[in-house]
Design a protein around this ligand. Structure first.
Ligand code: ZN
Length: 120
């Protein structure tokens, strides 16, 4: 009984060794190039969102060390609440979300407290 294998790139049937995943080098190269550019784009997009989030928080802070602002205001500036670099819990169990060295704490009634942290 033969198992039919097909090329991951073009879907053509593969002849020969059982560990082959592509029909030829061209298909392997095309497939790997696509994979790499997808991954590169993903990383670039996330980096762009993080950079934008960080800038929005810094712009809002201005020269203040700490600032309360409405969530809606941040959203209207393009802030994306899904993306942050890490979290920090204080001894009261409050969880701050950080974008590099600037972070925020969600407060009641859709307020947000923006804080700055010294670099590690
Ligand atoms: Zn192929």
């Amino acid at each position: 009984m033969a198992i039919e294998r097909v090329c991951l790139e073009c879907g053509e049937r593969i002849q020969g060794r059982s560990d082959k995943r592509f029909c030829d080098d061209a298909c392997r190269n095309t497939y790997n190039n696509k994979l790499n550019s997808d991954q590169t784009n993903l990383v670039r997009n996330v980096n762009n969102i993080l950079r934008k989030n960080r800038r929005i928080l810094f712009d809002a802070l201005g020269s203040e060390g700490m600032l309360k602002i409405q969530q809606e205001k941040l959203k209207s500036l393009g802030f994306d609440f899904k993306f942050h670099t890490h979290t920090f819990s204080n001894n009261k169990g409050q969880v701050y979300r950080f974008i590099y060295e600037v972070g925020y704490l969600l407060l009641e009634h859709d307020w947000v407290l923006i804080v700055q942290k010294k670099p590690f």
